[in-house]
Design a protein around this ligand. Sequence first.
Ligand code: AMP
Length: 281
Amino acid sequence: MKIVRTKSELGQIIGQEKAIGKKIGFVPTMGALHAGHLSLIEVAQKRSDFVVCSIFVNPTQFNDPLDLEKYPRPVERDIQLLESGSCALLFLPGVEEMYGPQEIWNFDLGQLEEIFEGAMRPGHFQGVTQIVYKLFNAVDPDIVFFGQKDLQQCKVIEYMIRQFDMPIKLIICPIIREEEGLAMSSRNIRLSPEGRRHALALSRSLHLTFEAFKEGRQLVELERSAIEYLRASPGIELEYFAIVDAFELEKVDRFDDKGQYVALVAAWVNGIRLLDNMFLN
Ligand code: AMP
């Protein structure tokens, strides 16, 4: 695996690969890699000819400075993990490679910035689109791979690709979970053993909702039971639980036969903010 730290080196290698007809697959990450990230790389390997992964802890998407400071950065371990997989090139830039001294970014995301993660983390999706736009420019990928774990982020990136008419295909990859159901996340490293146990309530609430949906129960009832379950679960400080339309993430009043639905949950556990979601059909 090649490791490059500058956009110009990256551009040269990508140019050579493209010149011989290779399709570039790209997996952007913030590092502290786990099996979820590696699954994206495996999918990218199947769907493209040259897989690029980036590791960059993007300061502009953190609305909490403490969260940025505490974000895990085990770079040596990440490199070892990538070496054992199908990644051809790792782009590992420093902050000064990606940002000038005073940059302004203001991208109208409409409704997407006012709901769920947009509402709870002001400015987060501005930072996400700012860095992903720069990374797309630097890598010039044909196909990009994002995790369903951050479903609203996928919607935001899809929207950006459409708005800027970028010739990029986005593939959403399934959530990889730990054995007991907890969605893998770089932040899980910071959970205490007790926090980890408490955190299982998130995926359980989604499973219970999934089962109840199959039994034909009503949307309002499903939301109410999940919220009650989460509020009664020790160690969980619930931010939101909602069942929404799976495409636009818009609230719906009731299920209809043609709709597709997803349950979204966000909560604080042990001082760490965790996210999860599950498609119901
Ligand atoms: P991050 O390093 O957290 O920015 O994540 C990089 C990419 O990995 C994003 O597209 C995430 O949605 C994806 N990802 C994170 N956790 C998981 C998971 N448990 N399963 C699948 N993809 C994931």
